[in-house]
Design a protein around this ligand. Structure first.
Ligand code: ZN
Length: 125
């Protein structure tokens, strides 16, 4: 029996195990990526001043986001194509290069971010 035949026989004998292992690996990988994204987010928030909303003190990482103080987040997102994950990755790379955090970014929760937006809209209108 050559190596190829042996491998095939082994696979046929352990098919269920092989598939189960592959599934576990896939899940692990997903968890790893999710965890990695979360860790990057936490590091970026800490760099910007802390994992806490500067307006209300909320510290739930799932609802925290980054607000552009000048309110040009939309323009930034459009021009630099760095919304969501890409923005965090970009900020994380600046952090790792030892740069100082941008002064126009603040950590706020989604509620306060929305509240800021509404207040600004009301003031303008
Ligand atoms: Zn808040």
């Amino acid at each position: 029996m050559n190596n190829k035949e042996y491998k095939h026989q082994w696979y046929m004998k352990h098919k269920k195990l092989t598939i189960a292992r592959a599934k576990i690996r896939e899940q692990d990988n997903k968890l790893y990526l999710k965890d990695r994204r979360r860790k990057i987010k936490i590091k970026v928030f800490r760099w910007l001043g802390g994992c806490v909303c500067v307006d209300c003190g909320m510290n739930d990482i799932d609802v925290l986001s980054i607000d552009h103080i000048n309110g040009d987040g939309q323009r930034d997102r459009n021009s630099k194509k760095c919304g969501g994950d890409a923005m965090y990755k970009k900020l994380y790379s600046c952090l790792r290069k030892g740069r100082s955090p941008p002064v126009d970014l603040e950590v706020v929760c989604r509620n306060c971010n929305w509240k800021r937006y509404l207040t600004k809209m009301r003031d303008n209108g």
